[in-house]
Design a protein around this ligand. Structure first.
Ligand SMILES: [Zn+2]
Length: 307
């Protein structure tokens, strides 16, 4: 049994921020308590064969500021081999625990290799286990799609936005990692295009979950980032995406920007669900890069078509 206690949780209703999104005002994330707590998405409830979840920082074995459900192998970190081995051992055990909770084997999972690109990989049986129980044969992939049942797509977060897709007829699923670079690069729209082209998913059949991630009242950026968004979005959408905070800072709403990316890609507004949890505001439940000044573990999103 876990000795961790469930923290206070702050939920945030985005209804007033961009009112064209009808799913905004509802609780979209469901917290499942237990030895390994996790979140599920109301967006995908009732879609036959679709299973999706998002980890919390609770229920794992990692120590210190990565306590305790750290799902990162931290390959790129500058650590000693011994430290790296310890991090990897803890992550492997955490994946085993999370998998047991969700009824998914780590060998069925495929883990993205995220570098803030808009590159998307079509995942097949060949990739099973890559990034978790064996080495990947791909790099620089921030979006995953598959039409094969029994393969679980895994993507990593600590403030950046997950954008998860499921075709309501069960043809395919997808998961994207959208930080500011991926968002301004339009990765959500590229995911919709890819799902349409590769699996014949109709845009009106795509159900989308955006978040959890850092929200529009917590994510401060400077002019050098803000200008990319001013260039990428029409005037009418910018008030939802960027708010001037003071002389030097803006508040950037990645949820809204990813929402508009989906709208531009032809996904109906009523199919898009926005997170009501912010990573920055829930440091006891979720890892936040900004809230922790980089001292944090990794959260993962999981999505698959069940066999
Ligand atoms: Zn927030």
């Amino acid at each position: 049994m876990s000795t961790e206690t469930m923290p206070e949780i702050t939920r945030y209703n985005y209804g007033a921020s961009f009112s064209s999104c009808p799913e905004n005002g509802r609780d979209t994330l469901i917290l499942h308590e237990g030895c390994v707590p996790y979140l599920s998405f109301r967006a995908f409830d009732g879609l036959p064969g679709i299973q999706a979840a998002f980890s919390t920082r609770l229920g794992g074995v990692s120590k210190g500021f990565r306590s305790s459900m750290d799902l990162g192998f931290h390959e790129a970190l500058d650590t000693t081999p011994k430290e790296h081995e310890e991090l990897a051992r803890a992550a492997s055990e955490n994946f085993r625990r999370m998998g047991e909770t969700l009824g998914i084997q780590p060998e069925q999972m495929v883990y993205s290799q995220q570098t803030h690109t808009v590159n998307i990989l079509t995942v097949t049986g060949h990739h099973k286990g890559m990034g978790i129980v064996k080495a990947r044969d791909f790099t620089d992939v921030d979006g995953l799609v598959t039409g094969e049942p029994g393969i679980c797509l895994v993507t990593a977060f600590a403030d950046c936005n997950p954008v998860l897709f499921a075709d309501r007829t069960g043809k395919a699923v997808g998961a994207a990692h959208a930080g500011w670079k991926g968002t301004v690069g339009g990765i959500a729209g590229k995911m919709a295009d890819r799902l349409n082209r590769e699996f014949g998913c109709r845009r009106e059949d795509l159900i989308v979950q955006i978040g959890p991630g850092i929200c529009g009242r917590c994510y401060e950026v400077r002019e050098d980032t803000a200008r990319y968004f001013r260039d990428a979005y029409p005037e009418s959408e910018l008030p939802c995406i960027l708010k001037k905070k003071d002389e030097e800072h803006y508040l950037l709403n990645l949820f809204a920007a990813n929402y508009f990316n989906c709208i531009h890609a032809g996904i109906p507004a009523e199919n898009i669900y926005i997170s009501d949890l912010c990573t920055f505001e829930n440091p006891g439940l979720l890892f936040s890069h900004r809230a922790s000044h980089g001292k944090r573990g990794i959260l993962c999103a999981f999505i698959m078509i069940r066999k």
